[in-house]
Design a protein around this ligand. Sequence first.
Ligand SMILES: Nc1ncnc2c1ncn2[C@@H]1O[C@H](COP(=O)(O)OP(=O)(O)OP(=O)(O)O)[C@@H](O)[C@H]1O
Length: 320
Amino acid sequence: MTTNLGPPALSATAVRKAYGDHEVLSGIDLDIPPGSVFALLGPNGAGKTTMVHILSTLIRADSGDIQVAGHDAARAPDAIRAAIGVTGQFSAVDGFLTGEENLLLMADLHHLPRRERRQRATDLLARFDLVDAARKPAATYSGGMRRRLDLAMTLVGRPRVIFLDEPTTGLDPRSRRTMWDTIRRLVTDEGVTIFLTTQYLDEADHLADRIAVLHQGTIVAQGTAQELKRHVGGGHITLRFADARDHDHAARTLNVTSRNDEALTLQVASRGDIRSLRALLDRLDRASLTVEELQIHTPDLDDVFFALTGDPTAEQEPVR
Ligand SMILES: Nc1ncnc2c1ncn2[C@@H]1O[C@H](COP(=O)(O)OP(=O)(O)OP(=O)(O)O)[C@@H](O)[C@H]1O
């Protein structure tokens, strides 16, 4: 849910970064409202990690303007660092320490007062469902518990913007769902802004209010999951006929995108909405053609991703 209060939590204008003559980011613009989840999607090597490193002030862009949590990256990188949390693929969890000790250590690093430090650790252990494991070494934790502890440690400093670099890579489906719920709760309960990079399209679909697809250094599409799916197309209806004559007649009557004479199927481009479905069925009725089976394929983020990042067979249409 986008609460859209005040100025953006994060904005980038014309951000460029090159390593030698390899331009990794060629003019990136982003505008992320507070209290929302933003997902940056892109194939390997697209520049996602570079973008996160620039936004979190770990490295500097060659040019462009960046504002995070109201601070300018060039003028006040320390203020940005104080306002953000970053959990990456390399976790900050120390396996020799217990979950509680890891949190207390983090509280010390943030110079929390003595009483507050213990209270914060206790609250976070409860919130991240780690109370039973609090006194056990983190090395004994499952992958999902470790990720939750890592995220809890990030929250010790009460960040306003959190960068999550592939937060569920390597987790089993149930742990991924728990992690998704945890991330969404952070946004609804505390109004933090999440900047997520992921290689999982369903993760972006499930979590993100807005998604940007990064490809070869530029953002080739940006919008809600629904907007991206609508613009890219790729939806179709598959019709299966019992009778070869009906199949052939329908193939000549309808505007088909492909036909299979063995399976007696036809594919018709469609967004899968009720109006176009009714129009299709009316046409079949008027021609007295009997359809044995009908399947609707609505475009998913896979279609979007492949259309934009290089499946040569996919339909392509620029999106903004
Ligand atoms: N320090 C560096 N020096 C030279 N080239 C670099 C450096 N860091 C990144 N690159 C190059 O920049 C490109 C983008 O890398 P980046 O890690 O940002 O991509 P990514 O989208 O995060 O990919 P992945 O999902 O594989 O992590 C790659 O071609 C990479 O080789």
